[in-house]
Design a protein around this ligand. Sequence first.
Ligand code: ZN
Length: 317
Amino acid sequence: MKDSVRVIPIECKFGPTSAYAYYIDAAEPALIDTGIASSASNEIEAVLAANGIRMEDIRWILLTHGHVDHLGGARAIWEKTGGLAEVVIPRKEAYLLRDRSAQITDYKQLQGQYLDAEIQGKHKAILLNDIGADLEPTLEVFEGDHISLGGDVSITVVETPGHSVGSVTFVLDDLNWAFAADAVQMFGGVKSGIPTIEDPMLYRRSVQHLLEEVRPKRLYLGHHFQDSNGVIIHPVVEEEQVSTVLKASLEMDVKLADVVGRHLSGGGKSNEGEGLYGPFESIASEIGYTGDPRNLPCAFFVTMHGYQKELMAAQNK
Ligand SMILES: [Zn+2]
């Protein structure tokens, strides 16, 4: 049984923020997530080269979910491997890799509906630029699937939906190191100031599952997230800090469900407005949210939409 595997975190910049990709050193080297389209040559290749690793030797491209800041670089990396790398994505989000126009459809159904046409146009252009080109996955995974990276290094797929409906966590067997990416969000991203949660019920369940059952020894996250005091946490945490991070994520969920419940329980449109925060103006003000939802990535509207939907479903029972 191994006691360690070399993992190289790679910070991929996009817009005002960044997303993390992780290289796993194994007989069949793997890259978990890929940044955006330009990350392949801007950051990933350079960081790997500095560590004496060639892109063409990557044999597994493992995508935790279908958001552009995680799968955008997949096509370029896959091409660098001469098409030899297996491309793995959760079954529920494979359509987002296969056809980039699906990203735009999803965008419109979530944050897009709260933004005017001009901003929507800008966002769509950014999204299309960041996605790169369409790519056919070679393997669609779900709960319990095992992936061998050769030798004694293997990975188990744990479904952790909520941030997006199909997000998975890749867990390195034996070591119990969990690559959760965006499935765990604490008090939100550094720039966004709020976690991105498409489905709060699933998110809550996934974080609880990680906390109580998976109990990772190390957690690899997709971004720099902040704690309840606004302190930025490094995306790789271990030992007792893992449960602190998971508990903080549950704490923020309770806070969001509570504030949305109080402000929107009267039919969900308590203060329909033309302001920056649309129908969620009073919530932004109570939680002290001052981010600009006209910037991408836009967590605020995605999350408000998710909590409002959960509230309405509970009221219609
Ligand atoms: Zn994401």
